[in-house]
Write a protein that binds this ligand. Structure first.
Ligand SMILES: *Cc1c(COP(=O)(O)O)cnc(C)c1O
Length: 411
């Protein structure tokens, strides 16, 4: 093949996994927003494009990641887990970040960007409270006002995180519409943003209108950047045979996959929350069961009934029960770049218990969904194949759920 057509083919491939200029990944994505937000979203996109790839911004951001968050996070060879599954399994330890999960990577990136834009008032939505805590942390660090919208149901369920946000100086705004959970908190944050267009809305995952999915993925891409370097150092090549991560909105997964999407040698497998099982109706398996629609400013797969009413999602894991999914992940699954399992509650709980006993690491229940992929794929592994699996967060916040679950099955 002549060099030029080789180059243009490579460019086309590279672009395949990037959004187009309107923020579409294939048919998914875009910005479906009320007129009143157009100016704010345009301004944000311009600001993001100006810092994307900018070395000065990156230096400031990476300095915080290193000295404040504690990056790079280890890529840990899990010897006993590897013996159990017959592959060389490495865990990317996002659970060791400050505040206990990957969410701080994105929160700091966005608050830095907001400061550059001259914004002083930050908004965030939160479900389980993890993104709320990360946003409140970043705002405390940079002396910014922070209002966090949170469903009343979630406030009751996740009281420790509410207390942390308040101690960090954030205002927690209870949301009493709908089921009073994440979807309703997001609606409320968007409503507030419409009436306060000067504020900055920190979205916590690869969801929402363009440019959020791309921007959040970019801020999380430090995960795969580190994986490349760490693999080179540990195994002498800079790619794994498998990458695995869990998907709520899709930010830790996007960060894990980002620099490997064009590398067809890497098989990519995601886990979404099956809940009680995809056939039971008590599930959050959006990629398996969702139909195309518009939610929170983006076109994506959504759990909805015939009339387009959103079905209430269910998962034992508060971080995964969102009725939509990041548009990029809907697209990657559709074109077959990723394989997606729906992992049920009991499979995730078992995987969490197994990791704890084999490696002494108590994972977040979200992360346990990714761990449960190992059992599904075990028979496909060759003993010398390398798996990199992201442990998105630590299990401290889930101890009540773990204890209750194991008490109930040991009765
Ligand atoms: C929020 C959260 C998730 C789900 O969010 P993504 O954007 O899909 O990564 C997963 N794991 C942990 C620990 C979380 O806090």
């Amino acid at each position: 093949m002549p060099e030029n057509s080789q180059k243009s083919r490579n460019d086309a491939e590279r672009k395949l996994y990037q959004p187009d200029e309107k923020g579409f990944y294939g048919e998914f994505g875009g910005a479906y927003i009320p007129e009143i937000l157009h100016a704010s979203v345009e301004q944000l996109k311009k600001a993001f494009l100006s810092i994307k790839g900018d070395e000065t911004f990156k230096n400031e951001y990476y300095d915080l990641l290193r000295n404040y968050v504690g990056r790079p996070t280890p890529l840990y060879f899990a010897r006993r887990l590897s013996e159990q599954y017959g592959a060389r399994i490495y865990l990317k330890r996002e659970d060791l970040n400050h505040t206990g999960a990957h969410k701080i990577n994105n929160a700091l990136g966005q608050v830095l960007l907001a400061r550059k834009m001259g914004k002083t008032h930050m908004l965030a939505e939160t479900g389980a409270g993890q993104h709320g805590v990360a946003a409140a942390t970043a705002c405390a660090l940079m002396g910014m006002d922070c209002t966090v919208f949170m469903g009343k149901t979630d406030i009751e369920r996740q009281y420790l995180n509410v207390q942390k946000m308040r101690m960090l100086g954030a205002k927690v705004e209870p949301v009493t519409s709908g089921n009073m959970t994440l979807k309703d908190a997001t609606n409320e944050a968007i409503r507030y943003w419409c009436t306060h267009p000067d504020s900055y809305y920190i979205i916590g995952s690869t969801v929402g209108p363009d440019p959020y999915p791309e921007m959040v993925g970019y801020f999380q891409s430090v995960i795969s950047e580190e994986i490349k370097l760490q693999l080179q150092e540990k195994i002498g090549r800079n790619y794994p045979d498998y990458l695995m991560a869990c998907i709520g909105g899709g930010s830790n997964a996007m960060g894990t996959y980002y620099h490997f999407l064009n590398d067809e040698r890497v098989k990519i497998i995601s886990a979404e929350a099956g809940g009680m099982g995809i056939e039971t109706g008590k599930t959050a398996a959006t990629i398996h069961l969702g139909k195309t629609g518009i939610i929170h400013g983006a076109k994506t797969l959504i759990l909805q009934n015939e009339d387009g009413q959103i079905d209430e999602p269910y998962s034992v894991s508060a971080g995964l029960d969102y009725p939509g999914v990041g548009p990029a992940h809907a697209f990657f699954a559709k074109i077959g770049r990723t394989k997606v399992y729906a992992i049920n509650d009991d499979e995730a709980m078992e995987a969490a218990f197994e990791l704890t006993r084999l490696e002494g690491i108590i994972p977040a229940i979200e992360s346990a969904h990714a761990l449960a992929i190992l059992k599904k794929e075990k028979e496909n592994f060759q003993s010398d194949e390398v798996v990199v699996l992201t442990v998105s967060g630590r299990g401290d916040k889930d101890m009540d759920t773990y204890v209750k679950y194991f008490e109930s099955i040991n009765k």
